[in-house]
Design a protein around this ligand. Structure first.
Ligand SMILES: Cc1cn([C@H]2C[C@H](O)[C@@H](COP(=O)(O)OP(=O)(O)OP(=O)(O)O)O2)c(=O)[nH]c1=O
Length: 201
């Protein structure tokens, strides 16, 4: 593809995409997201599609048509625990409650990814999700409060960042680590290659 556009304001997603050698521009999605499902895999797929589409439509508007050789990438990450979907916390109290629930237990992190690639003047879409199990050691209320006070949970699904101080409580994972941080880059490269979309040139 001629130009790759990442429809995300997340610094982690930028880092991960750069890490695998993709050159891209950032144009965060701007629009209201709507969920029609309660199934975690469907929720992240839907939201990733909506994010990619918001940015794709903005590019279309800028150019007057679907720009040739462009591909747009959107992603969404949520935590799922015993049938409950956890997004970003609404405040400190919410963050404490989420971490109290997750400590000492195993939960799932779902990331949905959508790639919209220009083909014959329209957007061809490719969507998938990746799921990783994350196992936490127990944490005390004091430990949880101290972590929440640091502010680190506030912009993260499930109220923690595996890549930060909360790493002290991560016993293990099953699956892709990068998926937990917000973008399953190996799967992204694999799926795009399989579908004839070249993100690297
Ligand atoms: C579970 C977990 C989530 N996260 C982050 C990844 C996502 O950025 C965030 C979930 O929010 P998202 O709504 O998926 O993404 P975002 O608002 O940060 O960015 P954008 O919509 O513009 O792409 O939580 C971590 O950084 N570490 C973790 O361990």
């Amino acid at each position: 593809m001629k130009k790759i556009v990442l429809a995300s304001a997340s610094p982690r997603r930028r880092e991960l995409l750069s890490q695998v050698g993709v050159t891209f521009e950032v144009m965060p999605a701007d629009g209201e997201e709507r969920i029609t499902s309660t199934e975690p895999s469907k929720v992240v797929e839907e939201l990733s599609y909506q994010k990619a589409m918001f940015t794709a439509k903005a590019l279309e508007k800028q150019n007057g048509h679907v720009p040739e050789g462009f591909a747009v990438i959107g992603a969404d990450t949520i935590v799922s625990y015993e049938g409950r979907i956890l997004g970003k916390p609404s405040g400190k109290e919410d963050a404490v409650q989420m971490l109290r629930m997750l400590q000492g237990n195993t939960h799932q992190v779902y990331t949905g990814v959508t790639i919209l690639a220009e083909e014959n003047g329209s957007w061809k879409s490719l969507t998938f999700f990746e799921c990783t199990d994350v196992i936490f050691y127990p944490a005390t209320d004091e430990e949880i409060t101290a972590y929440v006070e640091s502010g680190d949970p506030m912009d993260k699904a499930g109220s923690y960042g595996i890549q930060g101080a909360w790493g002290a409580y991560v016993k293990g994972i099953r699956g892709d680590y990068n998926n937990v941080v917000g973008l399953p880059v190996a799967r992204l490269i694999y799926e795009t290659k399989k579908n004839g979309i070249n993100l690297k040139g």
